[in-house]
Design a binder for this molecule. Structure first.
Ligand code: CIR
Length: 259
């Protein structure tokens, strides 16, 4: 069992009607709750299809972005680390997630600050933990994470996220032990040296936020050339409608915590 992409559990949260107020870099339209809920149901069903146990938490109207649970924690085999959001409107989401993680884990640690760090900036590979420096994650956050992880034996490396990209994993995903799906603009920095890299196809950068979850690579629908590349490389690809989450800069990884 490889804990970087083989999982027994996932935690998700239903979108709330307040999703219309969710954060976005550019306004390309108001997300439609019904369509988002249908896509979320399909996402949860796909996770369940792998045999994983999936917890779906109730909506949290007070936190419009709370469907994006990934940002609240880092889940590892040894324990979970609660994050510290870089967005004021999302700060309270961590406390809402903490009890569920405490039900699953004996050991739950917490980023206390002053640094900030969100789960969307963290990519766990079998040899290291890569953390993107973005508008939501700073070096102080990375340093605190590295201190919290030291006795579990993890190596933490920080990476600069390209300007205008929300999170590190907006632009990349782990596909297997040594393979990463990345946008060319992120991989150009050389940050994935030593890994096999599959690039997203031209004009399909928004397809980079996928997840390897047990036997599936789950990606947003609408990136046919990238999906073709992944299938050609031997992955079993599942595509899920991401039209509504995309309006809020969210994608496949953001919608779950996996462990
Ligand atoms: C935000 O700006 O925080 C949300 N609208 C999107 C969060 C996406 N999360 C992720 O990529 N892990």
């Amino acid at each position: 069992m490889n804990p970087t992409y083989q999982f027994r559990h996932a935690i998700t949260r239903k979108p709330a009607a307040s999703i219309t107020q969710g954060l976005r870099a550019i306004d390309i339209g108001t997300p439609d709750l019904e369509r988002m809920q249908a896509a979320h149901d399909a996402y949860v069903a796909t996770l369940c299809e792998t045999g994983a146990d999936v917890v779906t938490l109730p909506p949290l109207p007070a936190y419009p972005d709370s469907v994006f649970v990934e940002d609240t924690a880092l889940c590892l085999p040894q324990g979970a680390i609660l994050m510290r959001s870089g967005a004021a409107s999302r700060a309270g989401e961590v406390d809402e997630m903490a009890p569920t993680l405490r039900n699953h884990y004996k050991e739950v640690r917490q980023i206390k600050g002053p640094g900030i760090i969100e789960g969307g900036d963290i990519l766990v590979t079998p040899k290291e933990i890569l953390v993107g420096l973005s508008d939501r994650t700073n070096q102080a956050g990375v340093d605190e994470l590295a201190r919290l992880l030291r006795d579990w034996g993890y190596k933490v490396r920080s990476i600069i996220v390209p300007a205008g990209v929300l999170h590190f994993k907006t632009d990349c995903s782990l596909l297997d032990r040594e393979t990463i799906l990345s946008t060319p603009r992120l991989a150009a920095s050389g940050c994935f040296e030593g890994y096999n890299v599959i690039h997203t196809a031209d004009g399909e950068e928004a397809g980079a936020n996928a997840i390897r979850f047990n036997q599936f690579v789950i990606m947003a629908a609408g990136f046919p050339n990238t999906a073709k590349r992944l299938r050609h490389a031997g992955y079993e690809v599942r595509e899920i409608d991401n039209s509504e989450c995309a309006k809020l800069d969210g994608g496949m990884s953001c919608l779950s915590l996996r462990f």
